[in-house]
Design a protein around this ligand. Structure first.
Ligand code: ADP
Ligand code: MG
Length: 492
């Protein structure tokens, strides 16, 4: 593959070395388990958490003479993912054998796609704090997962669990367009969000449904690409960030010392926060790739692809644009689309007709702030309709913003209806000017010296507003209180 550098070096991302600046270059290979009930070439179940070797057919165990049969559901999922990545879909692709020996690989080869993958070039847009970055996707191909060797179950024996053997994976390969650990983390987060919206991979890294191989090299800013090391199977987004930071600094130290980087495969040790060498990098020819004679080339029509494209759900970028068009800031919109469940929640809120911007503020600052304190996080503990009702009551001055928090807390604890809470607990905002005036007069009469000070220093008005609000137990309309105080003290 010829690599075209699409990025302009950005000094904010440089590593400062003893001999000058260095730029980090990162490319990712993500293995995403396809959401499908059956495996890629057999009818065995993919259910997680079964006893070892419960989900194994004769094909997955590589019994002699068994033949793989392609699972159409997995093909659809790969195409849908390709469409979600705005990628080129190849109407013809080929399955190859990637040959290697490993105890958890009973066939002695993995069925993968090498020269002709099902999906070609695409892209992923990242929202970084002060820029939008487009990261190229090189390809997406379908392949089988291997089994798992279990070494710590018995003092002298190892076991093999073939439940994962034959499970469909999509390998999604990025171009080396990433330039910092933050971008790499944002890339994985965004990719996971897209996969979850599509329902093509559950994205659960802790269950191994999504794993990242991280390729890292360093170079002088804008210079020739350096030799890369590939850190295998990193299983959390945070670890990806740590592995990159460690690895880039390790390489800089070697280069500044006059050494050179060996292209190799490394492991990330999460306990030590270090990467360490695993093996020298294997080359494609080591695998003796050749087209699998048990499988025909995979071919489908453009109509088949178009049909899938028509039924694609609204994806994060589209949703974000829609939210921005409703008046949300790009930042708030990207927070809301980051999790599908949250975006759906917000959509339910605005379906009630509540003001979108106010709803977003309330959802992000109050509701999320509160539910995120709980484990497990449960957005639905207060329904979207209930939160909308609270926001509506603030908008139409039925309750003050302060009282709204109390209403929310009661709804949160008891599940009661917000309007009923406000009514029953007497929490309505007092906009009755007569009632407010009585309190204002009382506070002014009790604090003649403060009144004199406020005339000289109008900033003190806030103190008076606070006193009146306190006296009214938060129910007075703060704007009405402020207006009346200004008038009575003579600040207008
Ligand atoms: P392989 O399959 O042998 O690992 P590829 O050429 O397919 O090799 O590249 C794998 C990954 O390495 C891709 O994500 C690519 O972007 C990335 N990559 C390639 N060159 C570099 C480099 N110099 N520095 C960092 N990453 C790189
Ligand atoms: Mg690789």
């Amino acid at each position: 593959m010829t690599i075209v550098d699409v990025r302009t070096p950005d000094p904010k991302k440089f590593i400062k070395g003893a001999t000058g600046d260095w730029e980090i270059v990162i490319g990712m290979e993500v293995h995403a388990q396809v959401t499908s009930e059956a495996k890629l070439f057999s009818g065995a179940s993919t259910e997680f958490g079964k006893d070892p070797n419960d989900n194994v057919s004769l094909v997955d165990a590589a019994m002699p003479g068994m033949l793989p049969v392609i699972n159409e559901a997995c093909v659809r999922q790969a195409i849908r993912t390709g469409l979600g990545l705005k990628a080129e879909i190849n109407l013809k692709s080929v399955f190859d054998r990637k040959n290697y020996f490993y105890p958890d690989l009973p066939q002695g080869y993995q069925i993968s796609q090498f020269k002709q993958p099902i999906v070609g070039e695409g892209k992923i847009l990242l929202d970084m704090p002060d820029e939008q970055v487009e990261i190229g996707v090189e390809r997406l191909h379908l392949e089988q997962d291997a089994g798992k060797s279990l070494h710590d179950q018995h003092p002298t024996m190892s076991f093999v669990d073939l439940n994962r053997s034959g499970v469909a994976l999509m390998e999604i390969v990025s171009k080396p367009d990433l330039r910092s650990s933050d971008e790499a983390k944002a890339y994985l987060t965004k990719l996971r969000t897209i996969l979850r919206y599509l329902g093509t991979c559950d994205g659960n890294m802790d269950q191994g449904s999504m794993r990242a191989d991280v390729n890292v090299s360093v170079r002088r800013p804008g210079g020739e690409f350096g030799t890369r090391c590939e850190i295998k199977n990193v299983n959390s987004i945070r670890f990806v960030g740590q592995a990159i930071e460690y690895e880039a600094r390790r390489q800089v130290a070697i280069l500044e010392d006059g050494g050179s980087i060996d292209q190799e495969t490394r492991l990330f040790d999460a306990v030590k926060g270090e990467t360490r060498s695993m093996r020298s990098k294997e080359e494609a020819h080591d695998y003796r790739y050749f087209p699998d004679p048990d499988l025909l080339p995979l071919e489908f029509t453009q109509e088949f692809v178009d049909e899938l494209a028509q039924h694609l759900p609204e994806l994060p970028d589209q949703k974000k644009n829609r939210f921005v068009s409703l008046g949300l800031s790009p930042y708030d919109a990207s927070v809301l689309v980051s999790e599908k469940e949250l975006a759906d929640y917000f959509d339910k809120m605005i379906a009630t007709g509540v003001d979108a911007k106010r709803a977003a503020n309330w959802l992000i600052n109050e509701h999320l702030g509160r539910v995120n304190k709980d484990v497990p996080v449960n957005l639905m503990v207060v329904s979207p309709e209930a939160n909308s009702a609270i926001v509506q009551m603030i908008s139409n001055s039925t309750i003050s913003g302060k009282i709204a928090k109390d209403v929310y807390e009661i709804v949160y604890e008891t599940g009661r209806d917000p309007a009923e809470v406000v009514e029953t607990e007497g929490m309505k905002q007092v906009t009755d000017l007569g009632a407010i005036e009585a309190i204002v007069d009382e506070i002014i009469a009790a604090n003649p010296d403060k009144v004199q000070q406020a005339i000289a220093k109008p900033g003190l008005l806030g103190w008076f507003v606070g006193q009146v609000m306190k006296q009214s137990q938060g129910k007075a309309n703060p704007q009405a209180v402020s207006d009346m105080l200004k008038q009575k003290i003579g600040l207008e």
